[in-house]
Design a protein. Structure first.
Lengths: 455, 455, 455, 455
């Protein structure tokens, strides 16, 4: 009986037009049902890139569209594995296609627990999208659980175990989560497409031609080395140029201060929020149910920010309005463990001009590790990318590629000090001396010691 | 002094990365200020395509991104006109570049009065986005007015007069509003890009090469005829395949029923809405100010729909949840003035199964006139597209192009009858006879007379 | 034994990187052998677009690349048919995959008999590329025959019968040759890509989604109607804007005159050609073998034209040099059966200025019929395009599409009179009166009666 | 008077449709005349990529199309410099637009001296395309000289001095020739487009936004660092994956052997070549005039190879036919200064099977230095890429970019040993022992010591 559901194929394949993959092909009734579930439809209301669309206005796509993309790449990998590298022909290293539906479900659902502006929201309200993903998949109250549970007993748990990387088949786990997985491949291509940046473009077709299963996971044939290189470089470029863009981070800082300030005000006077932001209250009170979590989305938060523009507290009003009307904090690079005294001096000037430093300045570090090989002693261990020779032997990627070696094991990014834009463009001449002094700390976009400018 | 503002160019041109036009180039301080105004930033929170993204999931872009695109195309036309067809060299037909800033502002702001889900919302609450656009531009309370008013006295009114087509220079008016204007050109390309459909693609670069000013407006050289043809066909294809997609209309029908039902419930019991949908109340009461209008956006409506899922009225709850969770009504084509009796019979079956026909069925006609020549006696007169010969004489497009002639003067589209999807997929076997009867009215996607099926 | 060869798949699929289809996938040893045959490699030395690259400089691709493309589209159709519409499941209308190799070979080889500048060459030397294609496939002397003949007895003849449309299975025939076949689909996309024109772009993926086999050939589901429409319009646009470009035709006219003049000179004095153009001699003598035909290509002709620049005859020298150095004749549109007397007058002026009319003027008509339905009484009968309803019934395309109806059954193109560019730009002032008179016959790119110019 | 010619603009700009840059815009009469000169039209008959199209069949574009592209990129840089960084506003670092026509002419003509299959041909016949370029520009016998000489006295010499890097303005020189110049930018984009490989794609628009003139040449603003990085990586990828492809090099080896063998045979018996390859004779005799050089092109060589298939010498026949019919030598990687003894052993086996090692084996090393900073003591000094800070100070690229640092100063590529494909696929079983022995020297695509295989 369960077997029937697992293998229940749609009489006619259903497709979703997709600008990145052309078509998303849905062949299983289970997948179609999951897409139609209300928990999955909710992802339409959560932007994939958060505040990035304030900088790259095209990047307004949702986690819904990304999730379909991850599913589709996974489906294509399964097809290639099933046709060319089936376990029937390769009993040691081959792909067992009975794992297909688990892989597809995990791919589709891997982000289903994301909330609005996750990056920022999680830090403040101590939510954890991965834990919520597992919850949504395994809680009997969700539509998703009901759909998965019809496949076979414990099917929801199996799907969840792929998300938590505990599923026994490493090929399935690495498809969804590794340094070159369906998730990353889709978001790089998708974010590049929608933002209109070409840096994220790499040759997916070529990568799919050289991907190979082996007993401990997924590898790439040696002659595909340059295609993998290209993917790593694209990833690096997207982080440097899109994800870490200083203006988006300037909006993120405002969002962070806004939510924190609301949380603080709630402690003093809960009434306004209970009346005008009811769906956020469980989070302000730090005790929420899954069902409450699932009611949150970008729309709800943005709608509440609109209401907060009328709140009696001037800082809440101002921060909410800055966020809605895109008035980011400005920033300057600095060198950690060196420029902090200078930042302290700059902060003093900012406060002198009437800005509360807690709400109007910030330190923001954004760093990414483009690639790393396996380092068993580190706390966050990475599955390294393996290249496969003709004879099946494996070589770790950075051993073959000097390009990847240059990026491996070293984080890239920068540290920035954020402050009100007004520090640079004084509304009146009144504070001119102060802003002139402030400006003397900045040269070529970096913090300098104004007394040593000559160097 | 005013002159200074008009000509105030940014020290360094500012650009916005755009996937459709590569870069949006901003050269005037006024334009940058308009983009940064809160009324314009609000367009980020209104989707360009309304319910279409329920069918084409990539189509989640906002009116903000479209408005920048219209501005950019207008800017490029101005550049071409100024360089090659200046009024200095062509005193009769040439372009007077002192109109540039007016054209750019009108292009940027032409959609600034749009509200959430305009198409549906306007029908129910009797708002009018064009009138609001004029209001936003000319009301002293807006940031946009302040910015424009610094340019010169009456500048806001001049910009508004382009929107209302009363500006004396027909070249400026037709750039923004005609059968082949910057608005249409941007939305076809943009909607095609984001939805991932290629039908809307035409050769903008080529069209910009053949566009010419003349004393009564804008024309295209004869040797660019095929480029214009291609644009008309693209437009037709986008309407047929994207804008009129039956599933998006099935969601629009739900939205329409949902808002109407809310309006009706408000008459009976205003309390729930006053508490949980405060920003919508002015519209439910049919008296709103500009400032109230500007607080509405997609986020606010969607947030309220989330609250309505808890309303005591089961139909409101159900419709709200169908909208949020994408449960469109299903549909079938019919022939107007012929199949109505059959629809009445089908509606009876639907009601027999417990669905309120008013809330769960609908007739939806979607028709577009891809192109028409000037017909002075019709109520909605169109500026026809003119081709310009080497010697400057003009010929109307459909006289030269058999392709356009085939599309001219005839509306294209269809009429559909919408009903609950459950009529096709009964949840239980109980109603099987009824649903089987219902199904007998449908053949090849059209309504048929079940008693004459053999024909 | 024969069966073995037919089914002999490559151990690992071989791919060719292709800018239009991304990859060309080769799975059969037979196909790889055919590609490597010397008759097929010869297609690398014959441009797909002849003189068109003199206008669109990017269009320098060869028939080799197009032939691979036709093969690839055919392969994809076979895959779709085999997976979804196999004769096993649809005994009446389904696809019998035992025809696959025949279809693939016919697709790959359908143009293998083309010679250099076919369009022009065939007219002069009475060759026929389709007859040669059949010859190459069925003559025991060719490598292609040897490869095909190993598959099974009479396999070469079967493949040839697809080319001549006599193969019994109409699905195979229509894949390769119908109004919407793999050949046309590839060349439209490929020519558009290489020339950099977007008109030829249509949505191949979508067309492949809606293609269906039925017992009398190939149809398209009704809901794919707009995709087929788009293809027809693209085809029309490519003919109007690329294939019929007046400048390319101006070069074709020169080539035609050059070859004709050489043939005439050969009658008088064969010696020069025997010495300096040996591979062309069999054609100048109008008796050639297959082996001689296969030695000709664009390189050989162009090399000979280089030699002819030294021939004692000044007209041959001049025409050869005009061709190599791209000095096309200029042209003007005219109305057939009306403007001939005016052309006679213009020709007189041309001759008066010393140009031999036979070698330096020409009438060139280029017309295409974008689509037609089946008209049994016409000499060139066309297989009409059929749309398939849900219930399997068929409707002819132009019955459903007003766009196609506008193009159906009517040829599009123009008639042009070609003359030396010098008529417009006199080298000296000596002939100014004559050229001024000549110019008076031309207005807005068309021939006019200079005495009635006022009309 | 000369000034007139220099500034003579076309009444209407002329455009060439280009798939890479959309349109090539020609505004000067001089440029149009140069394009129409016979020396420039000759570039249509020389492929940009030589033997690469044997591997990437789309890469059949000519040097004509590339030269237009280099011109167009240069034109765009001039436009940007003239509008934003004119010497009028920046007397020290600005751009003097009176250099525009020189820059455009040099860009257009920089490759005009290339002959057929330059890479190989030059090695054998001791020609030098750069010297010929200078010759064509400065020799009174050419059309190009005549056109340039009308601009002003010594204008041809000035243009030539840009090619030889002796022109006094370093901005002009670096536009045409530096590590990131219009030449490289065009060929990377163009070769990527035509071959259908995405590796060569970088963001030209972005690079053009960040390019800046300064007194010693051309720099890029610091915030464009990642765009320049991307270009360097693209360049590296194109070399590794396209230009150094082993199969193309296997064809180049054949071409090299073929031409060398012909040169040797000519010494013994000149008659055949004088009769059947007259245009090549000056090169076989090692004394040629410019006019003779200009008659050579790909067509001529390929036509002669066709004739050589009938030469009495079996090796010439065989090599010519291998080249025309694409029968490349096969290859294997080896480690220089280590595997030579093994290659000697392999060569012995090859000779034992009857292949003349000189004509049927080869060593081919292909290395590229993706980027290097200025090293004054090296023989081939490179102009390093400079990044410009806000305050105008310069930093060398690899100092800022760890990615570029990883590629800088180190050549990338490989060394390969080429041998007849038949060594792997014996035509008969006769030599099976030998071929089996031969195969034992190869493992994972590299040469190994068969006696130590276990390692």
């Amino acid at each position: 009986m369960e077997k029937t559901v697992r293998e229940q194929l749609l009489p006619i394949e259903k497709v979703f037009r997709d600008p990145v993959h052309n078509y998303i092909h849905v062949q299983h009734q289970v997948i179609l049902d999951l897409i139609n579930s209300k928990e999955f439809q909710r992802l339409r209301r959560i932007k994939q890139l958060g505040t990035t669309s304030f900088t790259f206005h095209g990047g307004e796509h949702s986690r819904f569209s990304h999730s379909l993309g991850v599913y589709e790449i996974t489906r294509r990998i399964c097809n290639i594995f099933a046709r060319n590298f089936s376990i029937k022909d390769n009993p040691v290293d081959g792909w067992d296609d009975s794992n297909r539906l688990i892989a597809l479900c995990a791919a589709l659902l891997h982000d289903v627990g994301h909330g609005p502006y996750s990056h920022t929201f999680e830090g403040i309200f101590e939510t954890d999208h991965e834990a919520v993903t597992v919850d949504i998949i395994t809680s009997p109250e969700t539509e998703i659980f009901s759909i998965l549970n019809k496949v076979e007993e414990n099917f929801p748990e199996k799907v969840a175990s792929v998300i938590t990387k505990q599923f026994p088949n490493p090929q399935v786990v690495q498809m969804i989560s590794s340094q070159i997985d369906a998730d990353r491949m889709d978001y790089l291509l998708r974010d590049a497409y929608f933002t209109g940046t070409e840096y994220g473009t790499f040759d997916l077709t070529r990568i799919l031609r050289v991907v190979r299963p082996y007993k401990d996971g997924i590898a790439f044939t040696t002659n595909g080395m340059h295609a993998v290189e290209d993917y790593i470089v694209s990833r690096y470029q997207m982080y440097m140029q899109v994800y870490f863009h200083p203006v988006s981070r300037g909006m993120e800082v405002i969002l962070d201060h806004l939510l924190k300030h609301a949380a603080k005000l709630y402690q003093k006077d809960a009434n306004f929020f209970q009346l005008h932001s009811p769906l956020l209250v469980p989070f302000l009170e730090n005790r929420y149910t899954l069902s409450e979590y699932l009611k949150l989305d970008d729309n709800v938060l943005n709608c509440y920010f609109m209401m907060w523009c009328e709140h009696p507290d001037p800082i809440l009003r101002d921060l909410a309005s800055r966020f809605l009307n895109r008035r980011p904090l400005k920033s300057v690079k600095f060198v950690a463990n060196q420029d902090e005294p200078l930042i302290a001096e700059m902060t003093e000037i900012i406060e002198k001009l009437g800005y509360d430093a807690k709400n109007y300045t910030a330190i923001n570090s954004s760093y990414d590790l483009p690639y790393d090989f396996y380092r068993p002693n580190q706390k966050s261990v990475r599955t390294q990318i393996e290249l496969m020779e003709h004879d099946g032997s494996l070589v770790e990627l950075s051993k073959q590629s000097s390009l990847v070696q240059a990026l491996a094991g070293e984080t890239h990014g920068d540290e920035r000090f954020y402050f009100p834009k007004e520090m640079y463009q004084p509304a009146s001449d009144l504070f001119q001396d102060d802003t002139r002094l402030f400006a003397s700390y900045i040269h070529n976009g970096k913090i300098i010691n104004p007394n040593k400018k000559s160097n």
